[in-house]
Design a protein around this ligand. Sequence first.
Ligand SMILES: C[S@@+](CC[C@H](N)C(=O)[O-])C[C@H]1O[C@@H](n2cnc3c(N)ncnc32)[C@H](O)[C@@H]1O
Length: 360
Amino acid sequence: MATEPRPIDPAKVKAGGERIFGYLKGMGVSAMIYLGDKLGLYQALHGAGPVTSEELAKKTGLHERWIREWIRGQAAAGIIDYQGDERFELSPEIGMFLADSNSPKLAVGIFSDLPQRMAVVERLPQAFKTGIGLNYDARGPEGARGIERVFGNWYRFTLVSQVLPKLDGVVSKLQAGAKAADIGCGSGVALVEMAKAFPQSAFHGYDISQHALARAEENKVQAGVKNLTFHDAKVDGLSTDASFDLITTFDCIHDMTHPFEMISVIRKAIKPDGTWFIADVKSLPTFEENLEKNPMTTLLYAFSVMGCMSSALSESGGAGLGTLGFNEAVARQATAGAGFTRFVRHDFENPLNAYYEVRL
Ligand SMILES: C[S@@+](CC[C@H](N)C(=O)[O-])C[C@H]1O[C@@H](n2cnc3c(N)ncnc32)[C@H](O)[C@@H]1O
């Protein structure tokens, strides 16, 4: 029996339209941020005080008419301050996110592979039909560089100086000469920083992304470190000989097709007194809790479909944890199930990640 259609609530129609077109606005502004970064416009504005579009065009060698349209849009979006009289200024507060390469808050890198992220979307209807997603190499070399730009400054500014000293006994072992691995190492910035700081220790990076491994080799050569080796985890995985003093996994367990198998490999690879240091996305155990309390939920689900869950389903039988899937509750259960007995959560003022120090 057909049910009576519910009467339409005009207030909800209005709010729904605003919400939907608000996301379209976000898409458009994101594309403009991508351009501002790619063309060096934020860099040119950073510390320059109020400028006109003519001045900015002259400084960057770009066409004034394009700059004028872009910068007016940036002012309308509340990113650049309009000072009146056709003068525009990038404030130092916004510059921290978009221009200041020494800022730990620099986040503009997340926009740097926007075209590649969006191009992947065209391939996702097929993934919805087959169930099989795309690994990180689907985004091309820009994908690996984009991730490097998202996380790189955190590794450069905090990993060695602030984070490792909080882990029980890790720094003294690395100073004396230890064996360490970073799994899902991406472009290797975390390892380069550790290899520079602890020349007595041997570091190993593992990833399955050819683009990430190629970029990691570049970063290693540029840094001139000799105590660092990268491995293609598909053909040369972590040895399960209880030889590692430190294993790190930064933002990658939830991306893996077989995360629980990886956890048992880590268990076998680590020394009895070794440390496994995990960074993974801050999320709450249930969908309801995330919906209510996690302001990142909308974005995290989008990133999951476009990247993390897709990667975690990129082989048949993949676990498909996805961006929100390796939260503290899952991490505690999975590590305990593999035989780890000690689990300490740390928070290192990162809005995206939670950190877990895990030991046998
Ligand atoms: C979000 S990125 C993080 C990269 C890096 N840890 C960082 O923080 O910049 C996730 C990485 O995990 C890698 N990955 C996924 N599955 C993997 C596996 N089974 N073994 C090793 N790496 C894997 C991906 O290729 C990708 O480079």
